[in-house]
Ligand binder design. Structure first.
Ligand SMILES: [Zn+2]
Length: 358
């Protein structure tokens, strides 16, 4: 046997040992990543649902013969160490759903199982094994992309998603934030870890915002989309225990955004004329939110700018759904969007009627 094959075997065992020690478990994809035959970046993008890397198997950079050797030595090593198997599917979080991620091109059951089988110490207690399985199966955060292409279109409403606007991928199809039901969330830029952690904890629905960096050829985290209320609560907590003025400045800057004040005033008035019993502060909040620049919300669309009653009503409905019903928690729990809308319809109609004064 040639020297290079002996070296490869040593590398396989060393890599497997290292990953097992660090992560508490190891599967084939993790091993390939450790060996450099699968780029971390591609693996991460696959978990985010980037279509280019779905499924992931074709992105393994290793010849067939070598790959067979990797799998053979790995299996031998796992058996020799007496490791136990833990089956854990790779998953991805969508709005209102968690979907399994396919590894192989043809989705063959047996081969999919081959990849979702992880190995862990045989001494792991049943309780720890269960926890490990939960950890492995847990879907990563929702991901929203900042569009860098010029020709993106929402697959549901057909609206153009302009460069710089948010885009969400559902079953590898682009959705605008409006159709993805994420348009009520506000953007918190990355950088303040305490704010980020708290806002995420308090937000019934949250999403990580990433943007493709062309020169570095990778997606980079820009911040988090969270609910207004969660942001306010996080702010309160940060002010309570830390540098007060700095926190206030940061949140004020986020909320201020680049609001077009005149548009906000006009929209507030239009909302109140359509919904005379809507509390004025809420009308203003709806208007400010809908008018936020670059958000792809109704307020920025042509109809919104012209204060079309239909666009106004849509903005009010979105607000009621997210603020006056448990819609967001339903989505976060994995209830399908249409089902969630059906479940909250009664509450929504009641608030609409009340605000209309009928
Ligand atoms: Zn859309």
């Amino acid at each position: 046997m040639s020297k290079s094959w002996t070296q490869l075997r040593e590398r396989i065992v060393l890599s497997a040992e290292r990953a097992l020690k660090r992560d508490g478990s190891i599967g084939r994809l993790e091993l390939l990543r450790e060996l450099g035959f699968l780029y971390w970046r591609h693996f991460d993008d696959w978990r985010k649902g980037v279509p280019q890397y779905t499924p992931i198997e074709p992105h393994i950079n290793c010849g067939a013969e070598k790959l067979a050797e990797v799998y053979r030595v790995f299996a031998q090593w796992a058996e020799m160490k007496g490791l136990k198997t833990v089956e854990a599917e790779y998953s991805r979080r969508g709005v209102g759903s968690v979907t399994a991620l396919q590894v192989t091109v043809d989705g063959n059951d047996e081969r999919e199982r081959f990849f979702r089988t992880h190995y862990a110490s045989a001494e792991l207690s049943p309780k720890k094994t269960e926890r490990l399985q939960q950890k492995l199966t847990k879907a990563p955060d929702l991901v929203v992309f900042i569009t860098v292409a010029d020709d993106a279109k929402c697959s549901e409403c057909g609206d153009e998603i302009e460069r710089g606007e948010y885009l969400f991928l559902e079953q590898q199809q682009p959705l605008c934030v409006g159709c993805a039901d994420l348009d009520h969330l506000v953007f918190l830029p990355a950088g303040d870890t305490a704010m980020t952690r708290r806002a995420k904890k308090h937000s019934p629905l949250s999403a990580v915002v990433v943007k493709f960096n062309r020169s570095r050829k990778r997606y980079e985290r820009q911040g988090l989309l969270v609910s207004n209320e969660a942001l306010a609560q996080a702010e309160d907590e940060c002010i309570a225990d830390a540098d007060q003025r700095a926190a206030r400045r940061k949140v004020a800057a986020v909320l201020r955004g680049e609001l077009d004040q005149r548009l906000v005033e006009q929209m507030t008035a239009a909302i109140l004329s359509e919904f005379p019993h809507c509390p004025p502060a809420e009308a203003r909040q709806i208007a400010a939110h809908a008018a936020e620049r670059g958000s792809g919300r109704v307020g920025r669309s042509a109809a919104g700018r012209e204060l079309d009653p239909k666009a106004i009503t849509l903005a009010v409905i979105a607000h009621i759904r997210h603020v006056h019903t448990n819609y967001d928690s339903l989505l976060m729990r994995g209830v399908d969007r249409q089902d969630a809308r059906e479940q909250i319809r009664g509450t929504l109609d009641k608030v609409l009627d009340r605000w209309r004064g009928s």
